[in-house]
Design a protein around this ligand. Structure first.
Ligand code: SF4
Length: 699
């Protein structure tokens, strides 16, 4: 408990939304609440964005679910008791598995869950349900960056250095991220960096709010990131700006990357990216001459059919400059979801076990089987990735009964109309949520669960700092926390002996043991240590260990201890503009809303600020299509159409339209997005597809 600036008692906890995980002080009760940014928390230092300030309104919201719901024969969702709901779920699971086998039951998790919930959900799927069919919405968010960092460095931690390094860097190159809208308090680090004489360079098809605060902007063609990064590498090599000693001592496979980069001479890069040769060379020189530099990527680079290649191409540049592992320098990816980092470490991914271990690694399987007290042979193998799992729903070989926790799939998945059809083909859909989201509306059974300030647990922020979400209020009557819910379901499925947990702390104790010796090692982290240190950076293998804010200072956890260059040839997006669909469509987030908007669209101030998705278009393109500000337009791709209002913006490329993805139903732009997948990470290509626009009516 802490004192707020007004002297009242409060609980120090964290914002429910993005991976910056701002510290906040909450006091009073859910109906009459004080909120204050936590000045003592070293990440946000008191700063909150509009979403954080208004987050407490979700707690006592009138639309809050407070009782389980069950679909009736007439189609209505009506209240039932918890006992009836859990019995009914167990019955559905038994019937499905008897008829179609164990794999016909699937689980879909979330980067919004705490570490304990994510861990328990993975164990629930593999042990209580005995299915391999589990994946989560982080597959749509961080999977390309994670695969690239694992391949290049042997380890994926979004930022392998503390945030404080950002303020120290002489040059920052930020590609595909609009943090001024998505994580505004992070801008304080970039402001400090620039006030100290540092330079911010942005790469984005839009001259976004973040780009406007920087001093150089490369406005590339959507989907051409690998070309741009390869072009930077080309110029650095050509002009003798690479760090030969670092390359020789700390990396491997540079020769292959050098041969590849030879094909990306500046004139060719200009042709493919639209970035003038002069600008490319200037930026390469600014990076090459800087004493310290950081390269950061975000979803703009990663949510593409070549997402892994794109990130590896930027990592090649960072390695060639000798940046990785040095203070004030490095490469990082900005995690998006609240627990996007922890969510991918503890076993809710189709191909992973807790401790960030591969599920097909015999040593990892033996370790986890030992911790869980089962035979290694009882552990299922790898399952389908998120989009593939969703497209299997209701098919003869696919999942027939799906358990969803913390995801609003029909808004956030690509090609969302198709996903909605697949969900409708299920025998049974179970959704755990605190609002009746667009996905919950389709469910057979809905279970009302606790929210952020009503539960205790840990999360891992974008820099790998494990933090403590403290409980400030009791949940409304009729609402269960996810840990109680999973343990009770496991008990009713006859596996209660493996789920004896009474609270998050007890789950965390097992998570620590399961992670010990893994890449994301939490063995030395306790709630008390997190409280004493304002968070602990993993890996932290022993109780005496202080945690590891900076990775790779002395080597890389690869077989030869070196970071690896990769060949990163450009192949182009899954869909290019053509005669029928002549423009690029890109999607993203805006200031007022978060992810599928299920929470933020229910907050009056945020809804007033951004009541509907606007279609952003360049004035020249708007003129060509006879469109004016506020016009109603029909936006179409090969998959679907949506109606939206036009907003004219000089900051976007003439060949590109931008639409935020926070709305559902007929306003869901993800009904239009492409389902092309990265072949390695299975990340869908949210950021690039071909579209056309037509005027519908005057405002
Ligand atoms: Fe902080 Fe992100 Fe919450 Fe905004 S949404 S207050 S940046 S954690």
């Amino acid at each position: 408990r802490r004192e707020t600036s007004s002297g009242s008692n409060s609980v120090a906890t964290h914002c429910p939304y993005c991976a910056f995980q701002c510290g906040m002080l909450l006091g009073g009760g859910p109906q009459q609440l004080w909120i204050e940014g936590d000045r003592g928390f070293p990440v946000n230092k008191g700063g909150l964005c509009l979403k954080g300030w208004t987050a407490p309104q979700t707690l006592a919201h009138p639309e809050r679910l407070q009782t389980p719901l069950k679909r009736q024969p007439d189609g209505r969702l009506l209240p039932i008791s918890w006992d009836e709901a859990l019995d009914s779920i167990v019955q559905h699971i038994h019937i499905t598995q008897q008829r179609y086998g164990k794999e016909a039951v699937g689980v879909f998790g979330s980067g919004a869950l705490t570490n304990e919930e994510a861990y328990l959900l993975g164990k629930f799927a593999r042990l209580a349900l005995n299915t391999s069919q589990i994946d989560y919405n982080g597959r749509f968010c961080m999977s390309s960056a994670a695969e690239a960092m694992n391949r290049a460095f042997g380890l994926d931690r979004g930022l392998p250095f503390p945030l404080e390094d950002l303020a120290q860097a002489e040059v920052i190159l930020l590609a595909g991220s609009n943090i001024a809208e998505t994580m505004p308090p992070l801008m304080q680090y970039l402001d400090r960096q620039q006030r100290a004489g540092g330079l911010l360079i942005t790469v984005d098809p839009r001259h976004s709010l973040t780009a406007r605060s920087g001093r150089r902007h490369l406005q590339l063609t959507p989907g051409s990131d690998a070309v741009l990064a390869n072009g930077l590498l080309h110029v650095l090599i050509r002009d003798g700006l690479v760090d030969e000693d670092y390359i020789a001592q700390r990396t491997s496979h540079f020769d292959a990357a050098r041969a590849m980069a030879a094909a990306y001479w500046p004139e060719r890069v200009e042709r493919l990216t639209g970035v003038p040769e002069r600008d490319l060379t200037e930026v390469a020189h600014l990076l090459g001459h800087a004493r310290s530099a950081i390269i950061l990527t975000g979803r703009g680079v990663e949510q593409q059919r070549q997402g892994v290649t794109n990130v590896l191409a930027y990592i090649n540049v960072a390695l060639a400059l000798g940046l990785v592992g040095k203070p004030g320098s490095g490469f990082g990816s900005l995690t998006g979801q609240g627990n996007g980092q922890g969510g991918r470490e503890h076993g809710q991914k189709a191909n992973q076990l807790p401790g960030y271990r591969r599920i097909d690694d015999p040593t990892a399987r033996a370790t986890i089987a030992r911790v869980w007290g089962i035979d290694e042979g009882e552990l299922p193998g790898p399952g389908r990735s998120a989009y593939e799992l969703l497209t299997s729903l209701g098919t003869p070989e696919g999942v027939r009964c799906l358990f969803v926790m913390g995801s609003n799939l029909v808004v956030s998945a690509p090609n969302a109309l198709h996903i909605e059809e697949r969900l409708a083909a299920l025998d049974c859909l179970i959704v755990c949520d605190f609002f009746l989201s667009e996905t919950a509306r389709l469910a057979t059974i809905v279970l009302p669960v606790t929210q952020w300030a009503e539960e205790e647990g840990t999360l891992t922020n974008l820099e790998g700092r494990v933090i403590h979400r403290r409980r400030a209020f009791a949940p409304p009557a009729g609402v269960w926390d996810e840990i109680t819910l999973l343990c009770e379901l496991a008990r009713r499925l006859g596996k209660g002996q493996y789920f004896p947990f009474r609270n998050a702390r007890e789950v965390f104790e097992e998570l620590r043991r399961a992670s010990a010796g893994g890449l994301a090692d939490y063995a030395g982290i306790t709630y008390e240590k997190i409280d004493a240190q304002q968070g602990v950076f993993w890996p932290c293998p022993t109780p005496e260990h202080p945690g590891t804010p900076r990775l790779f200072a002395d080597g890389f956890p690869t077989a030869d201890g070196r970071a690896r260059f990769h060949v990163t040839h450009y192949q182009g997006p899954g869909e290019e503009p053509d005669r029928d669909y002549p423009l690029y469509l890109s999607t993203g987030r805006i200031l007022a809303h978060y992810q599928s908007g299920s929470q933020t669209r229910r907050i009056s101030q945020l809804r007033a600020l951004s009541p509907e998705p606007l279609i952003e278009i360049h004035p020249t393109t708007a003129r060509e299509h006879g469109l004016s500000e506020g016009d109603l337009a029909l936006l179409s791709t090969r998959r679907a159409s949506m109606r939206g209002r036009i907003t004219i913006n000089e900051a976007i490329r003439e060949d590109t339209l931008f639409v935020p993805f926070h709305w559902g139903d007929v306003q869901a732009v993800n009904r239009l997005t492409s389902s092309a997948l990265d072949p390695i990470s299975r990340m869908p290509e949210f950021k690039v597809c071909a579209a056309r626009i037509e005027r519908l009516a005057s405002p």
